[in-house]
Design a protein around this ligand. Structure first.
Ligand SMILES: Cc1cc2nc3c(=O)[nH]c(=O)nc-3n(C[C@H](O)[C@H](O)[C@H](O)COP(=O)(O)O)c2cc1C
Length: 215
């Protein structure tokens, strides 16, 4: 009786140990994957910052002259927005906002929007998304020129009522069989422009805070 009690306890202990080891291994793999995805996105962001505002237009270090903030009115779902400032001789050239469009077809769409000091869009790029290949992924610059349709646009051009896709009476193309993705991106970019219009001084004057890399 005693012997079988002991062996039961041993089995339970071994099973428990296996479960603990398995769980920690899985959590380790998950953490490593998350870190890899984050590093990959950071690399994409750095590359795309240079595409949106050409480096010869500013003399500061864009990725150091950054800070983050949150504002639920323009950037919903508690997201952290990052602002990178481009300056020349200390004067504002452009700000690049990093934020997400929250209502993509398959989830959030990571965006960078470069806004000139006068409120015109220098360019928009997608940093991450899970939209359907062949349907929603035309937002990627590698897949189509659609994202370039933001170049030079501002809050007045097109007028406010046309800041949406053709299907909704707007100035921006949708994709064949995929309206939700471009609608979401256009709306999020319009909100970013509105934020810039109302908070331009804050965007340029807020002190820079270094990026904290997750361990
Ligand atoms: C499997 C599947 C994947 C889809 N992926 C997307 C997508 O990534 N982006 C998108 O805008 N629509 C996608 N759609 C189509 C949408 O459901 C919707 O029909 C389309 O965006 C048109 O929207 P509208 O009727 O509001 O114009 C997908 C549909 C299916 C069945």
């Amino acid at each position: 009786m005693k012997a079988s009690g002991n062996s039961f306890a041993k089995s339970a202990l071994s099973l428990g140990l296996v479960a603990v080891i398995g769980t920690s291994l899985l959590s380790g793999v998950n953490q490593a994957t998350a870190k890899r995805i984050e590093q990959q996105e950071r690399r994409v962001v750095l590359e795309q910052l240079g595409q949106i505002i050409l480096p010869d237009r500013y003399d500061n270090v864009l990725q150091d002259d950054r800070f983050s903030f949150a504002d639920e009115t323009w950037f919903p779902q508690g997201q952290e927005v990052v602002a990178y400032r481009a300056r020349r001789g200390g004067q504002p050239v452009a700000v690049i906002l990093r934020f997400i469009a929250v209502d993509g077809y398959s989830g959030p769409i990571g965006l960078l929007a470069g806004i000139e000091a006068d409120g015109r869009l220098a360019g928009v790029r997608v940093t991450s998304h899970r939209e359907t290949p062949g349907l929603g992924d035309g937002i990627e610059i590698e897949k189509s020129d659609w994202i370039r349709s933001f170049d030079g646009r501002s809050l007045g051009a097109p007028p406010a009522t046309e800041w949406t896709v053709h299907r909704d009476g707007g100035a921006f193309d949708q994709f064949t069989g995929a309206t939700i993705t471009p609608r979401s991106v256009v709306n999020a970019v319009r909100l970013a422009l509105e934020y810039h219009e109302r908070h331009r001084d804050f965007l340029y004057d807020a002190p820079a805070t270094p990026e904290r890399e997750k361990p």
